[in-house]
Design a protein around this ligand. Structure first.
Ligand SMILES: Cc1cc2nc3c(=O)[nH]c(=O)nc-3n(C[C@H](O)[C@H](O)[C@H](O)COP(=O)(O)OP(=O)(O)OC[C@H]3O[C@@H](n4cnc5c(N)ncnc54)[C@H](O)[C@@H]3O)c2cc1C
Length: 443
């Protein structure tokens, strides 16, 4: 049990053969498995730790179109439709609610950035709109800060991270998926140039397709296969409070604060765009790929030598199928939340929203987000290994898009017409000479 949520138990015997093995029990792996079983395929989902143990159980829980890279917008619109029916489809509570999301502006420069984003996504006709100072203040009851305006999307909302991911995984199981926790996948088995199975720490499973939805571990898995995936990790963090009546509804953020009113009556509180980043060997390996991203996000990144710098320096990067891997050593990666960032967030939030100053923080949570050079995901076949597919690199905003990404991945595996154009998400963009363009995350 985590926060009163019964986690997903493991099935016992590994199957000899399935149609698809899904690696990773975050929201991407769970959603992909759920979509695949609904299409009549047999699926084994293997998770090295527990379902929703990493990013998908640690995030802020925002489900938003607002502020997204325009290339993600068609898939996010699709995801929103799925969220709307997800409680019914999973026959469980995912915590999804349409609450509205607000970005509060301190300066005219903030408003100019919001306006530029609204212009960039105008063709999608979503309901994001500029709000006046009076409207912003009405959405921030009790605020001691005078906002000059903001941007609001009434149709955006939230879901509860662990609740939703567990609900989707359990629904996949109800429809026939087998789920194996504490089961790391070490490598692929290839026969005559295409995927014929996976090697797990508990033995081999034969299959015709493999989907790697391994979050921040995907780059390492690929590296052992001789494939280059430019992927880095940033620390993100959040505080969870006990239930409290503080007046603020939905989700909102501005300079020095971010909040979400949770389903249990407490708040998630943090500060947006503040990420400690441990310098690791991959920082140098992929430095060139991330040059533009580093430039755009430099104000929100705090580079440092941390625990992960040492861990990754000595981390094994290649192995044979019968050898123990880092996936088994790090079952559920639980980084220490950044004290400096969360202390600063607490001071800032208490100052702006005195009603929240009385909130008791019951948990501080850290999670590593996996980012790509263009801050949009890879949802793609891997042409070098026929039968192998990749779903990762959600760059800090994958929870909301998760159900849509699961549908798209299932369609790529089955060869159906995809629900949206998958071209922007192709793996080959990092190697075929395409121009990689980064849209700033911290709008
Ligand atoms: C603090 C924080 C706040 C965030 N806030 C938001 C938000 O408000 N809204 C939003 O949309 N997004 C948010 N995100 C981002 C979002 O959580 C992620 O983009 C999303 O959860 C990624 O899902 P995933 O399934 O790809 O990865 P994960 O949830 O990390 O799952 C990957 C899983 O794969 C497993 N795995 C890896 N390798 C192997 C292997 N070889 N064998 C077996 N298992 C393996 C791992 O153990 C892990 O459980 C936030 C993230 C963090 C950390």
């Amino acid at each position: 049990m985590v926060d009163g949520i019964e986690l997903v138990s493991s099935d016992k015997e590994l199957p000899a053969k399935v149609d698809v093995v899904v690696i990773g029990g975050g929201i991407m792996g769970a959603s992909t498995a759920f979509e695949l079983v609904q299409r009549g395929l047999t699926v084994a989902l293997c998770e090295k730790g527990v379902i929703a143990g990493e990013q998908s159980g640690r995030n802020w829980g925002w489900v938003r179109k607002m502020g997204r890279d325009p290339r993600e917008m068609p898939l996010m619109i699709r995801a929103m439709r799925i969220w709307a029916g997800l409680n019914e489809a999973t026959e469980a509570e995912t915590g999804f609610r349409v609450t509205g999301i607000t970005y509060f502006a301190d300066t005219d420069a903030d408003i100019a950035r919001y306006t530029a984003w609204m212009e960039a996504v105008a063709k999608f006709q979503i309901d994001s709109r500029a709000i006046s100072a009076a409207e912003a203040m009405a959405l921030a009851p009790g605020s001691t800060k005078q906002f000059v305006g903001g941007m609001h999307t009434a149709s955006d909302g939230m879901a509860e991270p662990t609740l939703a991911t567990v609900a989707i995984a359990k629904a996949a199981r109800k429809r026939g998926a087998k789920i194996y926790t504490n089961t790391a996948v070490r490598s692929l088995d290839m026969t005559n140039g295409r995927v014929s199975g996976v090697f797990t720490e508990r033995g081999r499973i034969a299959c015709t397709s493999v989907v790697l939805a391994g979050g921040g571990w995907s780059g390492l898995f690929m590296r052992n296969l001789g494939l280059r995936l430019p992927q880095l990790k940033l620390l993100s963090q959040v505080m969870r409070t006990a239930p409290i009546e503080a007046g603020l509804q939905g989700c909102g953020s501005g300079r020095g604060f971010g909040f979400r009113k949770r389903l249990d009556g407490g708040y998630n509180m943090s500060m947006r765009a503040a990420h400690p980043v441990d310098i690791v060997p991959d920082s140098f390996r992929y430095m060139k790929d991330f040059q533009q991203a580093l430039g755009n996000e430099r104000k929100s990144l705090h580079l440092r030598i941390g625990r992960r710098s040492i861990e990754e320096l000595f981390m094994r990067t290649s192995w044979k199928p019968d050898q123990k891997t880092p996936f088994e050593r790090y079952r559920t990666y639980s980084p220490t939340p950044g004290k400096k960032v969360l202390d600063a967030a607490r001071r800032s939030i208490d100052g702006i929203f005195p009603a929240l100053a009385k909130a008791q923080v019951v948990e501080r949570i850290g999670g590593l987000i996996d980012v790509t050079p263009d801050a949009i995901p890879v949802i793609s076949a891997v042409p070098e290994k026929p039968g192998f597919f990749l779903s990762c690199g959600y760059s800090g905003h994958g929870f909301g898009i998760g159900p849509g990404a699961g549908q798209l991945m299932a369609e790529l595996v089955t060869g159906e017409t995809p629900c949206v154009d998958p071209t922007p998400f192709r793996f080959s963009r990092f190697s075929d000479g395409s121009k990689i363009e980064h849209w700033p995350i911290g709008l």
